[in-house]
Design a protein around this ligand. Structure first.
Ligand code: MRU
Length: 354
């Protein structure tokens, strides 16, 4: 499916591709316990909402495997402690708590007898989450095909491909599916300050896939929409509230506003695991604030005056009113989103693409 594995279970270890070193070096790291996994998520060695969820689930499997608990009760207490550590790693992507919740639900099943069986169940659930992500991505890409015209220019923000998921990706999975179905696309790749996921990761993935693309600075999207070369925007997301308000990488809201003014369709790709029906609207989505150094420095070089105040929200919320459609593995949601998203989540939970 992809020329690299973003994560895999390797003989009792979690092996991840260190995304901080891409595109220049391909380095895999072995994570041995839940502390390693939490640090890998926090430091963005791995990133992207679906991947964060899958890696966290494997972190819980590691915690189970390493636990010295003698009874199921002790083991479940160890797992609860690990969940506390893992869920604190990054706050915005709901996939993190969703995946941990799935493993806990499975291991907490009272019909599982004994410590070894619980350990096995933790790993088995993590493997399922990873496997399902692969089929969910493929189905999502397939569902989007009718929305993608031939001979189109697409703006994409951040990185939503094989590096952000276990499978082929969400928004980038859509672009890939369209390309593989013979549609001619040119992707304008937002560089995505400050971590440059677009310039470093999306450009790398598109090059590997042979999909034509051009990297642009984030601020250039308005120019390209005004000069009418853009047919659509497609982005991923970290959490979609029940009303369709969507948190995604900082800069997504600006892009959606410009798209709306220029009447360019703005699509969000969202596995149903990223839809949080417990949150009524975007106001309730926690927005991660990341270290100032990501803004004050480019690589090792300090670019701001010393002592400059910096704000570094990693995500923003795009109000549902600016989103043309939300594409999931269970189908496409259109406004009003309260009804359409709830119906798709139900279908997704019934296992449409598993
Ligand atoms: O900070 P990141 O790199 O984890 O942010 C990633 C994004 O914003 C993606 O668009 C989102 O997680 C969807 S990935 C399929």
């Amino acid at each position: 499916l992809t020329p690299y594995a973003s994560v895999e279970w390797a003989d009792g270890l979690v092996r991840v591709l260190d995304q901080r070193r891409l595109p220049h070096e391909i380095v895999y790291r072995d994570l041995v316990d839940e502390g390693d996994v939490a640090a890998a998520i926090r430091d963005m060695m791995v990133r992207g909402a679906p991947l964060i969820g899958a890696v966290a689930a494997y972190g819980l499997a590691l915690a189970a495997r390493r636990s010295a608990a003698a009874t199921p009760g002790e083991l479940l207490a160890d797992l609860d402690r690990a969940v506390g550590m893992l869920s604190a790693a990054r706050p915005t992507a709901v996939n993190l708590t969703w995946a941990l919740g799935r493993v806990l639900h499975r291991t907490g099943d009272p019909s599982i007898g004994g410590v070894e069986a619980i350990k096995w169940a933790a790993l088995d659930e993590a493997q399922r989450i990873a496997r399902e992500d692969v089929s969910v991505n493929l189905q999502l890409g397939h569902n989007a095909l009718p929305l993608i015209p031939d001979d189109a220019t697409v703006i994409h923000h951040c990185n939503t491909g094989g590096l952000a998921t276990v499978g082929v990706g969400t928004a980038l999975g859509i672009i890939r599916a369209a390309h593989e179905n013979g549609k001619r696309l040119h992707v304008l790749v937002d560089e995505t300050r400050p971590r440059l996921q677009g310039a470093r990761l999306t450009a790398w993935e598109l090059r590997e896939l042979g999909i034509p693309h051009t990297v642009i600075v984030d601020g250039a999207s308005g120019h390209f929409m005004r000069t009418k070369v853009v047919d659509l925007c497609v982005v991923g997301c970290d959490r979609v509230a029940a009303n369709g308000d969507t948190a995604n990488k900082i800069g997504t809201y600006n892009l959606a506003l410009v798209a709306s003014v220029h009447r360019v369709p703005f699509y969000v790709a969202a596995p149903t695991s990223t839809i949080d029906l417990a949150i009524p609207n975007g106001e309730a989505i926690p927005i991660e604030e990341r270290p100032a150094r990501e803004v004050t420095h480019v690589g090792e070089e300090w670019i701001t005056p010393k002592g400059t105040l910096v704000a570094n929200p990693a995500f923003d919320v795009t109000p549902a009113a600016y989103i043309t459609a939300i594409i999931t593995e269970a189908g496409i949601a259109y406004p009003p989103y309260d009804a359409s998203l709830a119906a798709l989540v139900k279908r997704g939970q019934a296992g449409v693409a598993r």
